[in-house]
Design a protein around this ligand. Structure first.
Ligand code: GMT
Length: 376
């Protein structure tokens, strides 16, 4: 059945926006009609699709309001699109504000559109602790027709923190395997002045405190004592100045490349040997999946959904948060043993193909949409 699906997410660079956009693109390729209802055009929507439409939420800054009314403007736009395009499903990413806006938009439109909400993490693991938001989150979850979480860990945490009277379906994240694969990128290594005998370690994030990039720097400094290596830091965010200071303090400036925000990261993964994802909160860890799809094993922390992606001792390693000694030991084990490395690298590619293939995941979302419509 071909459906008309509205999608709302934060369209900026970030895991939830990437998943929402990539899902919209793949659903469009399967013949569904997709309507993005967002504040700006999703940044990954970089190709022309005749069956993808973008409806911009305009937020006016009236001087009488202390805060611009994004949520109300979004609900109003949702109502408009639900009616005009006769949407079957409105799939929103984040409980607040998006699920709450969808419920309001549906009521404004006096429609029976199905509401599917996907929880990504920050809406639960950060906002879920705030008593001033808990009722709103619970309302958004309970009033959605179906709610999905990107990991079992996030589903568990949602039940613990919010106690919604709702069952949650786990649908893991995915990557577009046509993009994330090992690509020829040898010249890039030369361009970055990385010599052939140097290993490349990569970290990709939004440099928020939860990512513990300082642990990445500290681990790298230790790994370098044994193995010649360069560290690629990809992304930008609030912790960047702290990180720069730490790099200076450890006197490793010439071995750390601050690359800022980048597109085409598959080329960077393709010259990398190891990814470090040492967060203290991470409901899934999409960057680990991206790296693994390019054959790059990861060392991740034992938090949230990371162990659902990285299988300890099979395709990477799981260490406790802040246990630098263990992280360094596991990195040494991988980087100094080519046979183990090759085994892990192949296991990474197989894991992505077998457990997180986009065709499998997109079908899981389609099944949810169809169930919602059948239950109407
Ligand atoms: O990691 C972030 O800070 C961005 C955040 C977001 O909402 O975009 O990412 C969350 O959603 C991603 C996609 O589902 C997950 O891969 C990330 O693990 C999750 N981040 C956290 O839980 C901190």
């Amino acid at each position: 059945m071909k459906l008309k699906i509205g999608i709302t997410c934060y369209p900026t660079v970030g895991g939830s926006g990437i998943i929402a956009t990539e899902l919209g693109k793949l659903l469009a390729e399967k013949g569904h009609e997709i309507h993005f209802i967002t504040s700006s055009i999703p940044f990954r929507l970089n190709k022309m699709y005749s069956n993808i439409f973008f409806h911009q939420v305009e937020v006016n800054h009236y001087s009488v309001f202390q805060y611009p009314p994004y949520d109300i403007a979004l609900a109003n736009k949702m109502s408009e699109i639900i009616k005009r395009e006769n949407l079957d499903i409105l799939h929103v990413h984040y409980a607040i504000p998006h699920a709450v806006c969808a419920i309001l938009g549906k009521q404004m439109a006096k429609s029976s559109v199905g509401i599917v909400t996907t929880l990504h993490g920050t809406d639960i693991t950060v906002l879920g602790f705030d008593p001033s938001l808990q009722d709103a989150i619970r309302f958004g979850i309970e009033e959605s027709d179906r709610v999905t979480t990107v990991s079992h860990a996030l589903a568990k945490q949602t039940h613990e923190l919010i106690s919604p009277d709702k069952s949650l379906d786990v649908i893991h994240n995915f990557i577009d395997e046509r993009v994330y694969r090992k690509v020829p990128a040898e010249t890039l290594k030369d361009e970055y002045h990385i010599s052939a005998d140097e290993k490349v370690i990569i970290h990709v994030s939004n440099f928020r405190a939860v990512k513990r990039v300082e642990d990445v720097i500290q681990s790298f400094a230790e790994i370098r004592k044994k193995t010649p290596a360069k560290l690629l830091l990809v992304g930008d965010g609030p912790e960047m100045s702290v990180i720069c200071k730490k790099v200076d303090q450890l006197d490793i400036k010439e071995h750390v490349l601050f690359l800022g925000k980048k597109e085409n990261v598959e080329e960077l993964y393709s010259i990398s040997d190891l990814m470090l994802l040492l967060s203290e909160k991470e409901s899934f860890g999409l960057v680990a999946l991206e790296a693994m799809a390019c054959g790059v094993p990861c060392i991740g922390t034992n938090v949230g959904g990371i162990p659902e992606v990285i299988q300890n001792g099979e395709n990477g390693f799981i260490c406790e948060v802040g246990d630098i000694e263990e992280i360094v030991a596991k990195a040494d084990e991988l980087l100094s043993n080519p046979v183990t490395y090759e085994k892990f690298s192949i296991a990474c590619i197989n894991t992505v193909r077998e457990r997180f293939h986009s065709s499998k995941i997109v079908k899981e979302y389609e099944d949810i949409y169809e169930n919602v419509l059948q239950e109407k």
